[in-house]
Design a protein around this ligand. Sequence first.
Ligand code: CMP
Length: 134
Amino acid sequence: MDEAKLRDIPLFAKLSRKQRKLVALRADEVDVPPGELVCRKGESANELYVIEQGTAKVVRDDQYLDELGPGDFFGEMGLFDRAPRNANVIATTPMTLMVLDGPALRQLEREQPELASLIRATIEHRRHWLEPAL
Ligand code: CMP
């Protein structure tokens, strides 16, 4: 995918152009229709998604957790923790997603530890919401 698209995404904003190019090289792009269940609670986690366009809701059992939009990412918890998905993520509009798989993410983690730290900070924040349910 095109490196320029990553400039507007906060997760990648502080990277150099060269670093963004590396991320772009390792990423795929996918279009998703509204209503699609992108992550299903309990399933194994193989990808992390970054929202380029569109919105999604995060639902755990019957509990609405969050609404995600352009620049947000999801699917990081299962992938980083090597754990099953802990919530459903459902597209609420047509979406364009950037997709990073496990090997791509682990390679980026080695090359760009600051990126991994940012993702881990978000995991900690989101985990606070989950703790009462665990
Ligand atoms: P994962 O567990 O892999 O799959 C479901 C995703 O929903 C999870 O990763 C997070 O990306 C996202 N998620 C879980 N809990 C929250 C929350 N409280 N707020 C926002 N996103 C969440």
